[in-house]
Design a protein around this ligand. Structure first.
Ligand SMILES: Cc1ncc(C[n+]2csc(CCOP(=O)(O)OP(=O)(O)O)c2C)c(N)n1
Ligand SMILES: [Mg+2]
Length: 379
């Protein structure tokens, strides 16, 4: 076979609509209704204030480790807005704005970060998976769910989230190849926040973009300004439409920046410069959206302050509910087996006896009220 060249048609499309000064590219403006814009702005502000409150709760020892989504709100909220409520949503761990927008009670997210399993059960009726930390595992779940939708001839799409660091994992490649090969209706949002803990994006891969990884799998890929709520809505809408029409998956690289710590367990000053963070601050998605809303005459300082108060009260009420929640400490025993095997029964009995002796059975009783536990008598 002679030496030749196989021609590939490849380029990476890019998209940005809302400038950091709040101006929009009129040709690309998705013309979202005023009502929806206000709803979206409220959701982004709520996501930001939730994030800040969670950091404070962690510092006060009231929740466990927390991974903030500061600066990344648009990258998940845009897709959440573009989806249908009955579509599937597979988050990673920096999508609280989207999860709250989709209907997760705030206290559930608080419980999750407090180490409580109840925070992992999706609210009734939502086709959502819970917060999920194992890096890139989400792509496997997303591909499988999307393929399942196709096999069942359902018209749901599965919107899935992974980070820039996740693109180096086997799960990412296996999941994406599977979704591509089976034409599964998955929209994969890669939140490129430029860091994977202390590893910068340019040491993660020598690929010029993350979006171009789509080319290798023969699917659509686009690089989007992930701090631009309008661009994220438009790109996800288009990808969802394609997926629903049977055109398979799309990879959306959402270019954003992690303005805060990786989690409350690290100190980014050890590995990145203040200048870099300062460079990204003017691109903050919330500041940008606020300027846009103000220019459009949809919000002013007074109405924004009123919104702030309302949101603050909403979050405080959720904190109170989360802290009043009584966990069922025996709940982990119920999840692995349809019928509890003997060795687990023995451990269950031992644990129950410990709770009794430590006077903790009482605090365990809330579970029944909350209909969380299965009836152990049944075993
Ligand atoms: C399979 C796996 N390996 C390692 C970790 C530890 N870990 C948690 S977050 C993280 C970095 C992930 O980076 P990225 O995918 O860019 O997401 P980001 O944290 O920036 O949102 C690592 C290595 C993990 N959770 N799962
Ligand atoms: Mg990252």
């Amino acid at each position: 076979m002679p030496r030749g060249k196989i021609k590939l048609e490849n380029y990476v499309e890019s998209l940005s609509i809302l400038e950091p000064n709040g101006n929009v590219d009129a040709k690309l403006d998705p013309k979202i209704s005023d009502k929806d814009l206000l709803k979206l702005f409220r959701a982004m502000l709520l996501g930001r204030r939730y994030d800040e409150r969670m950091l404070r709760l962690q510092r006060q020892g009231r929740i466990g480790t927390y991974g903030p989504a500061l600066g990344q709100e648009a990258a998940s909220l845009g897709p959440a807005f573009a989806m249908r409520q009955d579509d599937w949503f597979v988050p990673s761990f920096r999508e609280p704005s989207a999860m709250i927008y989709r209907g997760w009670p705030i206290e559930k997210l608080m419980l999750w970060w407090g180490g409580n399993e109840e925070g992992a059960s999706p609210p009734e009726g939502l086709r959502d998976l819970p917060i999920c930390v194992p890096v890139a595992s989400q792509v496997q779940y997303g591909a499988g769910i999307a393929w399942g939708c196709k096999l069942r001839k359902e018209d749901h799409v599965c919107v899935t989230f992974v980070g820039d660091g996740g693109t180096s994992e086997g799960d990412f490649h296996e999941g994406l190849n599977c979704a591509a090969t089976f034409g599964a209706p998955m929209v994969l949002i890669v939140q490129n926040n430029h860091w994977a803990i202390s590893l910068p994006r340019d040491k993660q891969t020598v690929s010029q973009t993350l979006a171009q990884k789509a080319i290798a799998y023969g699917i659509n890929g686009i690089q989007v300004d992930g701090n631009d709520i309008l661009a994220m809505v438009v790109a996800t809408r288009e990808a969802i439409d394609k997926a629903r029409e049977g055109e398979g998956p799309t990879l959306i690289e959402a270019v954003t920046y992690r303005l805060g710590v990786h989690t409350t367990a690290d100190d980014p000053k050890k590995y990145r410069s203040e200048e870099e963070v300062e460079h990204w601050k003017p691109k903050d998605p919330l500041a940008r959206f606020w300027k846009y809303m103000k220019k459009k005459g949809l919000l002013d300082e007074k109405s924004r302050d009123a919104l702030e108060e309302e949101i603050s009260a909403e979050i405080s009420a959720a904190v109170a509910r989360a802290e009043a929640f009584k966990p069922d400490l025996t709940e982990p025993f119920y999840h692995c087996f349809e019928e509890m095997p003997n060795h687990l029964r023995a451990q269950y009995a031992e644990f129950q006896a410990y709770l009794d002796s430590a006077g903790m059975s009482e605090s365990n009783s809330g579970a029944e009220d909350q209909q969380l536990s299965r009836n152990i008598e049944a075993y």
